[in-house]
Ligand binder design. Structure first.
Ligand code: ADP
Length: 259
């Protein structure tokens, strides 16, 4: 779409130039489509657990109470689905805060290797069966200016994914190193990997390589979208190398001093 605006010369009053304004509608259309898809996705993601909760609650109401095993099982499902709803709502709110630019950054000096160790310890506690699989290595005393909480969130999300998408007993590595004015944070696993053409898409909201798998792990499909925003908040970037069946490496590159 182009608007042609004749520009008149003030004094003599005749046309002496033309101003052409080009509006890039393709970009506007793309943004509109993304927004529409997002609303549709959110509705779908919210409806699924609500349907499960209503369905199982209804069955429980009909149950005469003579089968304690069913009652326990159905209550467990209802609880899990309610947790999924809660996670989804929390992450949606977080994402919208970040996207609205309302996520204040509290930049302080952060010891990256200590933080990586702490993140690994939290994940080991959450997944005791993977305790011996997770190892942290790298340079000691690497200090950068960053928002501690956000950096922790990045590490926890990447580590949680490594746990979810790799088999028990396989190794998960966290590595921190300095490269000039940058610090690299690597989280690697020996899991199922990501097909090359899907790598850029995993950062999209709600994109999952395997929907059923992600649902089973309790994933919302928003984790990496949040990670990407937080990394960009720090003027950093995130890279992925992955081979299906071999594993993945997520590398977060952060400037030591983001200005
Ligand atoms: P989810 O809640 O589904 O884990 P994420 O945004 O964290 O959502 O990740 C999006 C998708 O990217 C996942 O559903 C999964 O298909 C893929 N993915 C993320 N991390 C890994 C990994 N370490 N190995 C293999 N696939 C991964």
């Amino acid at each position: 779409e182009a608007n042609v605006i004749p520009v008149m010369e003030k004094e003599r009053g005749f046309l002496n130039s033309i101003l052409i304004v080009m509006n890039d509608i393709t970009e506007l259309k793309r943004l509109e489509r993304i927004r529409r898809d997002f609303v549709a996705n959110v509705s779908h993601e919210l409806k699924t657990p609500v349907a499960a909760i209503s369905g199982f609650a209804e069955t429980l109401m009909e149950e005469k109470g003579d089968n304690p095993e069913n009652i326990r099982e159905f209550s467990r499902i209802i609880y899990n689905e309610a947790q999924r709803l809660k996670n989804l709502i929390d992450e949606l709110l977080e994402l919208s805060r970040i996207e609205a630019g309302k996520m204040p950054t509290n930049m302080v000096e952060v010891d990256v290797d200590k933080l990586a160790q702490e993140a690994a310890d939290i994940i080991k506690m959450r997944f005791p069966e993977r305790q011996d699989d997770i190892a942290v290595k790298g340079e000691k005393g690497l200090v950068i200016k960053a928002d501690r909480e956000q950096l922790m969130r990045i590490m926890l999300n990447l580590l949680e994914n490594a746990v979810h998408y790799s088999p028990p007993g396989s190794r998960i590595g966290v590595e921190v190193m300095r490269e000039g004015e940058k610090v690299l944070l690597k989280v690697s696993d020996e899991g199922e990997g990501i097909p090359e053409n899907e790598i850029p898409r995993v950062f999209e909201r709600f994109y999952r390589v395997d929907k059923a798998r992600s649902r089973k792990t309790g994933g919302t499909g928003l984790g990496l979208a949040i990670v990407k925003h937080l990394v960009e908040n720090h003027k950093g970037e995130i890279r992925v190398e992955s081979k299906p069946g071999k594993g993945s490496v997520f590398t977060v590159v952060l400037p030591v001093k983001p200005e």
